[in-house]
Design a protein around this ligand. Structure first.
Ligand SMILES: [Ca+2]
Length: 321
């Protein structure tokens, strides 16, 4: 559709990125106007390949996809967690190859869209924040033209998942994350505090299988790898809904029940807290009074389970015609 709220989506596709992309496409009031890909679950080029193929599967080959940064700001990208997302990022399912990325890189695509949709563009980032940091460095005025940035990343009170302190998206490129939090735009952080508590069950995955359409069947197949990994973490065949939950918060479909607006700093030192998101939640004992100059919304709880909404959105998606 067009005429909705314009969204630039930055991702490292990835299985939960796949869910997030499809969830975003299902939202009637939002219009995906561009995708930038970054290294994380797979390298940026493979993430773009996956994204293009998934967009074609969902009947949206018109969405521009840009390859972004291969390496992190201060470290080379080496390899992704194949035991979680498969070697190719989509559970080692072979997708039909469709389309090519645009010539500009992800940072330039984001900057161009911020001019085209000045003041209205929503940025949703569900991978390492390297592309966003590069864009901010390239154009320091970028932050003033973007309505809001919503990220899947960080852990304010919960433990990390890359290390005891760091969530993976932040921990892979802490310098980039620090630059994104320090830029002048409002940032909504949907981190492990909340995403670990919203899951898709295997019974729900089976409903995708039962739908029998190529889109839903392929998705169920992709999810099989992810469920296998999470079985070892959660002790049950379910998966957490990290990236799609960030999309749902950005679109207003998932409404936080506790989300103080505070100041967040990212630890960029080399010690054990590298990549930690240090959220100033000292107001918690006084009902989180307003903090002057704060513009980081830290989502801590969403009372309504997101899994059923996610499934409903996936079942309603129409395959490519
Ligand atoms: Ca991701």
């Amino acid at each position: 559709m067009s005429g909705g709220i314009p969204v630039y989506f930055d991702c490292d596709t990835g299985i939960d990125d796949t869910l997030a992309l499809f969830y975003l496409l299902s939202r009637p009031n939002h219009d995906l106007v561009g995708v930038g890909c970054v290294s994380g679950n797979v390298d940026a080029a493979q993430a773009a390949r996956n994204t293009l193929d998934l967009l074609a599967l969902a009947g949206r080959p018109d969405v521009p996809v840009a390859v972004g940064e291969h390496d992190f700001l201060t470290a080379p990208y080496t390899q992704g967690p194949a035991h979680i997302h498969g070697v190719n990022g989509v559970g080692d399912v072979t997708l039909a190859t469709s389309g090519e990325p645009v010539e500009q890189d992800a940072a330039d695509l984001l900057i161009a869209l911020s001019h085209q949709y000045e003041g209205a563009l929503e940025v949703i980032a569900v991978g390492p924040l390297t592309n966003l940091a590069v864009a901010v460095a390239r154009d320091p005025e970028l932050a003033s033209r973007v309505a809001r940035v919503t990220i899947m990343g960080g852990a304010a009170l919960a433990p990390g998942n890359l290390s005891p302190a760091a969530e993976a998206n932040i921990g892979h490129d802490p310098e980039a994350a620090a630059a994104v939090f320090d830029a002048g735009w409002p940032v909504t952080m949907v981190g492990l505090d909340v995403t670990m508590h919203h899951r898709m069950t295997d019974a729900e995955r089976q409903q995708l299988v039962a739908a029998g359409t190529p889109l839903q069947t392929t998705l169920a197949e992709i999810l099989d790898t992810y469920f296998g990994f999470y079985d070892g973490i959660l002790g049950v065949r379910e998966c957490t809904l990290h990236d799609p939950l960030a999309v749902a918060v950005a679109t207003g479909d998932a409404v936080p029940s506790l989300a103080p607006v505070v100041k967040v700093k990212v630890e960029t030192g080399s010690g054990p807290a590298r990549g930690a998101t240090v959220a100033d939640l000292r107001g918690m004992y006084r009902g989180h009074p307003p903090v002057e100059g704060a513009r980081h919304t830290v989502v801590l709880t969403i009372d309504r389970p997101f899994g059923p909404d996610m499934l409903e959105a996936l079942l309603a998606l129409k395959p490519a015609s």
